[in-house]
Design a protein around this ligand. Structure first.
Ligand SMILES: NC(=O)C1=CN([C@@H]2O[C@H](COP(=O)(O)OP(=O)(O)OC[C@H]3O[C@@H](n4cnc5c(N)ncnc54)[C@H](O)[C@@H]3O)[C@@H](O)[C@H]2O)C=CC1
Ligand SMILES: O=C(O)[C@@H]1CCC=N1
Length: 269
């Protein structure tokens, strides 16, 4: 059975560990995690996983090792773990803007490297995940990666050149939607709804709308049109959103996110 390691014990590791354990894909005794400080490991210890302060220990104990540290820590981490990376280790990076090439260059020639982007909804097994593989990843390894991520969300394989856009649409996207939900909830409160009722209604509406798109496969514009009754109330709201430039604002937000990915990639070269 596969053993899974995590280097870094922050938000992404905690989310993945929760999701993997609730899926039953891995048991706590088969999860290994290391971090910089004992304090950062506390939130993982509650899951009963194995923890340590030595990153090479994590690599030595795991078939799949997820690198879940901030992009700028990568050179240091890779230098540290390189001697422990064997031909059977599968190293998966989840960092924004860190290329497969920059990782392969810092690890032994035989290193099997993959890069994935995901979001924190993996903790409820509703994540959106996209991954690309490096030069040494064989078909069987790729199947393993696919199974691994499929246990915590919708998983697609893609070209690495598209991963920066995926960060903008999957990795970072929950933050945009939380901001929108907060604003909608404020609007409800402004019109006399309780905060709880406002937030729950707005969230359910967002969830239902997203599921309609995924389950019907229909274009969002077509679904939007069905909500806008001629001369009704929704089209006035849409007009207001168009005047405020909501579409362009969302596209600008994704552009900004992708630009920062490129900057991080340059800093890691
Ligand atoms: N937060 C998110 O929603 C997402 C984050 N990511 C990526 O995941 C990576 C981690 O992000 P977060 O979990 O949000 O960060 P975080 O700041 O919550 O966690 C980083 C962890 O790395 C540990 N760390 C720092 N130096 C270390 C070292 N030398 N050795 C071992 N551990 C060390 C810290 O103690 C901390 O536990 C980043 O590269 C980010 O781009 C990817 C997708 C989504
Ligand atoms: O903000 C960040 O850098 C990370 C990567 C994607 C989501 N959070």
């Amino acid at each position: 059975m596969t053993t899974v390691g995590f280097i870094g014990a922050g938000k992404v590791t905690q989310a993945l560990v929760k999701g993997l354990l609730s899926s039953g894909a891995v048991t706590p005794s088969r999860i290994y995690a290391s971090s910089k400080t004992e304090m950062s490991l506390q939130k993982l210890k509650v899951f009963g996983v194995n923890t340590c302060l030595d990153n090479t220990w994590t690599v030595k104990n795991s078939n799949i090792t997820v690198l879940a540290v901030k992009p700028l820590v990568y050179p240091k981490i890779l230098h540290e773990i390189a001697p422990a990376v064997g031909p059977n280790n599968l190293i998966i990076s989840v960092a924004a803007g860190v290329t497969i090439k920059s990782i392969e260059q810092r690890l032994p020639h035989h290193a099997k490297v993959a890069r994935a982007m995901l979001n924190t909804a993996v903790q409820i097994r509703d994540g959106a995940i996209c991954y690309s593989t490096g030069r040494n990843v064989a078909d069987a390894d790729q199947e393993l990666i696919h199974r691994f991520f499929s246990s915590v969300g919708l998983t697609l394989e893609g070209e690495e050149k598209h991963l920066d856009a995926v960060v903008g649409l999957s990795g970072s996207a929950p933050a945009y939607f939380y901001l929108i939900l907060e604003a909608l909830s404020d609007a409800g409160v402004r019109h006399g709804l309780s905060r709880d009722v406002s937030t729950r209604h707005a969230s359910q509406a967002m969830l239902g709308a997203a599921r309609m798109v995924l389950e019907s496969g229909r274009h969002p514009g077509e679904l939007k049109d069905e909500v806008c009754s001629p001369g009704g109330v929704t089209i006035d709201a849409i007009y207001s959103m168009e005047k405020a430039g909501v579409r362009a604002a969302m596209m600008d937000a994704v552009d900004a996110c992708i630009r920062r990915n490129y900057e991080l990639a340059r800093l890691n070269e």
